[in-house]
Every structure is written in structure tokens, then in C-alpha cells.
Design a protein. Structure first.
Length: 208
């Protein structure tokens, strides 16, 4: 059983897609234990509360030192018996001790086809602007294992979408987000079945 903590900073649409899959019974072997956000007004926290899930605002700014923040984070994860972490729009790099404690048991979703258009500063509309500016013919979404480097870990699952003439960052973002909602639950479903990241494959492109 994957006992999952979901970390997010925004409205929580990927979290909602995962939660929906669990409720529909299409993700056996996985449950969400708690939701954590660095942003006290994040929609993801309200979504968690609406679904009777423990929801925590946890930011380094609340603590006198980084160590106190890290200790509280690890204690919270232990309290909820978490054995797997999902980053769903989390805009912070996880502290090293958390990555070490949960090595190869943390996944993230990125709105591009890694290794392209990843790294520090490559998030949200910045990614889609860069893809269009580079003249790419396709973009997409990637679920990957998290390590100490932004958007660097082993790829679990990818799916592509076309970049069409006249695309704006907003129109491309909408197309990519639909794919994110598809592949994030699927990637976690496969990991819950015991498949390794190394056994994952790239899904066919979406043409729309």
C-alpha cells in the first residue's frame, strides 16, 4: 500500500485528479494520508479539507531554523505513516533530509517533456513560453522521481501533445494540463502495483 503525502502550492488540480482516481477505485493499493502546502491560501488545502483529509500549512518561514522546519516535516510524515510523497505543483525544493529519508519514493509532475525545459525557474507559464519560443513541435508532461536537482530524476511516465500554430502559453498550458491529469494517476497506479520507474514507458502522443 502506498500511503501518500501530497505536497502542493497552488489550486490542486493534479491532486484532485489523483483523488478522483482513488475514489473511483482505479488506483488500488494507494491512499492519501495528508496534504501539505507552503502556501496558507492554496486551493489544494481547501480541496483536502472538503474531502476530510488532514491538511497542513507548513513553511520554513514559520520556524526559527531550517532544522526545525525539516524536523517538523519529517515528524508529520511519520505521524501519518507516509511511505510515498507526491509533488503536485509544489513550488519548493524538498529539503535534503526529506529526499534522503524517502529516496526513490518521491515523484513530481513537470509540464514539459524532460529532459527538455526543466531545471530551476522552469515552472508554470515559464515552461510554456520557453517551449513556444524555441519553436518546438511538441510538448507534454513528465512524471519523474525526485532527487536533489530540479526536474532531474528518473522518468516514470511521459505523454506528448502537439504545439500548434498560434499557440499561446495559456492554450498550450491547457492542453498539457489535461495530459498531466491523465498520466499522474496512471504513474502512481503503476508504482502502487509494484512497477519500478525503470519499467515505465512513454505513452502515445495526444493529437488534438
Amino acid at each position: 500500500m502506498l500511503t501518500i503525502a501530497v505536497f502542493g502550492s497552488g489550486r490542486g488540480s493534479n491532486f484532485e485528479a489523483i483523488l478522483t482516481a482513488i475514489k473511483q477505485g482505479t488506483m488500488p493499493g494507494a491512499r492519501i494520508a495528508c496534504v501539505i502546502s507552503n502556501n496558507s491560501t492554496a486551493g489544494i488545502l481547501e480541496l483536502a479539507r472538503q474531502n476530510s483529509l488532514p491538511a497542513y500549512h507548513l513553511s520554513v518561514k514559520q520556524f526559527a531554523s531550517d532544522k526545525e522546519f525539516i524536523d517538523r516535516t519529517l515528524a508529520l510524515l511519520e505521524e501519518h505513516e507516509v511511505n510515498f510523497i507526491v509533488l503536485a505543483g509544489y513550488m519548493k525544493l524538498l529539503p535534503q533530509p526529506v529526499i534522503t529519508q524517502y529516496r526513490n519514493r518521491i515523484v513530481n509532475i513537470h509540464p514539459a517533456l524532460l529532459p527538455k525545459f526543466g531545471g530551476k525557474g522552469m515552472y508554470g507559464h515559464h515552461v510554456h513560453e520557453a517551449v513556444i519560443a524555441a519553436g518546438e513541435k511538441e510538448s507534454g508532461a513528465t512524471v519523474h522521481v525526485v532527487d536533489e536537482v530540479y526536474d532531474h530524476g528518473m522518468i516514470v511516465l511521459q505523454k506528448s501533445v502537439p504545439v500548434v500554430p498560434g499557440d499561446t502559453p495559456e492554450s498550450l498550458a491547457a492542453r498539457v494540463l489535461a495530459v498531466e491529469h491523465e498520466i499522474f494517476p496512471e504513474a502512481i497506479r503503476r508504482l502502487a502495483r509494484g512497477e519500478s520507474a525503470a519499467s515505465a514507458r512513454t505513452l502515445p502522443a495526444v493529437h488534438s
